[in-house]
Design a protein around this ligand. Structure first.
Ligand SMILES: [Zn+2]
Length: 379
């Protein structure tokens, strides 16, 4: 008979078969050609559990005296079989149940895990790819917008938004010209704040903040266009979102370590401003800026010249204080930038804004509105 043709365990072994919700049934188990055959006595239908679908609660060893099996053929059911001969013979029919196979499977899982970690670390180092960037891309638009509002509020706290009507219209013209050159689906929200420090930054949700200090220091609309295009580059790459996720991770980690109660998350905007971006993220933002400027028909020279001029100005005039410090400190050196800009082929361009619009933009802080952040401060 087929049922008894296997090696060893020729005589059926006592077994106890249990199905969920039923009383256990006693019977005999024998090793067939393709699986374990369970016999419940004369006249009752036999059950076959195929070898490749078997699982053992404990891996089968040379000294195993009984086995508890389950099967893909009957999920939930278990089969307890007594007998050293049965166990030894089952190990030959279903080698994947042996202790050695189980160890190898576990080792393989660890190896796979280690390989994945090494892979992620290597990919991060070699290409700048980061899992955080992947997660940032999955954040819903509304979350990114809310994160951006919170970050902008905390970063601009105490400074008023510049809202002069003509200046705002000029800013909208410049922003529209560059936005049209940007990938579809990105809507920028650009605001100027009455803030003497020369600074520009992007926060989540493609929101960009420019300061009066920056406008005061620039000589031409092309320079502002260059800075703006660079920040748009950060926004398109979702660098602020990535930075924020990293800060959240850091803050959460710190809080866990210090046993805090959520205070770290409140300072996220400040942390974001302090952390800055990686060197490669800065380079990418410059490259994206050059693409935007080219598509918009604006000369890339402003991107390079501005930094060179401001850097020189800062080093010549120490009395001016640290007004340009923040932006310059967190951004690629002017020399590197100038090189990148010089490498561009010439293309036809027109000034980023006409003379009148440029003057209107420079005067945007003539009228200011209380920033949303101070609203809940002093009422
Ligand atoms: Zn940057």
């Amino acid at each position: 008979m087929q049922a008894n043709s296997g090696t060893g365990a020729r005589s059926p072994s006592y077994c106890r078969y249990t199905r969920p919700g039923n009383n256990p049934v006693d019977g005999t188990a024998s090793l067939g050609l393709t699986g374990v055959e369970i016999d419940f006595g004369t006249g009752k239908p036999r059950t076959l559990w195929r070898y490749d679908g078997l699982k053992a609660l404990e891996p089968l060893r040379a000294n195993t005296i009984d086995v508890l099996l389950s099967s893909r053929d009957e999920p939930g059911a278990t089969l307890f079989v007594q007998g050293r001969a049965f166990a030894a013979s089952l190990r030959e029919h279903a080698p994947h149940l042996s202790a050695r196979a189980t160890r190898w499977r576990r080792a393989r899982l660890w190896l796979l895990l280690i390989a994945s970690i090494v892979g992620i670390v290597t990919a991060t180092m070699v290409t700048g790819w980061s899992p955080l960037r992947f997660y940032a891309g999955m954040l819903p638009e509304s979350w990114r917008a809310r994160l951006g509002d919170a970050a902008r509020d905390s970063m601009t706290e105490g400074y008023s938004q510049c809202v002069d009507a003509n200046g705002t219209a000029a800013l909208a013209r410049l922003s529209e010209r560059l936005s049209k050159a940007a990938p579809e689906g990105v809507t920028f929200d650009i605001r100027v704040y009455d803030w003497p420090l020369m600074n520009a930054f992007a926060v989540p949700g493609a929101k960009i903040i420019l300061t009066k200090g920056l406008l005061d220091k620039s000589d031409s609309p092309d320079e502002i266009a260059g800075v703006l295009a660079h920040e748009m580059g950060h926004a398109i790459a979702m660098d602020p979102e990535v930075g924020m996720l990293r800060s959240v991770g850091l803050a959460a980690g710190l809080e866990v370590m210090l046993g805090g109660t959520g205070g770290g998350l409140a300072n996220i905007g400040v942390m974001l401003a302090q952390l800055g971006y990686s060197r490669s993220a800065e380079h990418e933002a410059d490259v994206e800026a050059l693409v935007l400027l080219k598509n918009a028909g604006i000369s890339p020279k402003g991107l390079g010249s501005f930094f060179a001029r401001v850097t020189k100005m800062e080093s010549d005039d120490h009395s001016s204080g640290p007004s340009g410090w923040t932006w310059l400190q967190t951004h690629p050196p002017a020399k590197e930038r100038a090189k990148l800009v010089r490498a561009q082929l010439d293309y036809p361009s027109t000034p980023a804004l006409d003379f009148q619009s440029w003057n209107e933009l420079k005067e945007i802080c003539k009228t200011t509105a209380k920033s949303t952040a101070t609203k809940h401060g002093d009422g």
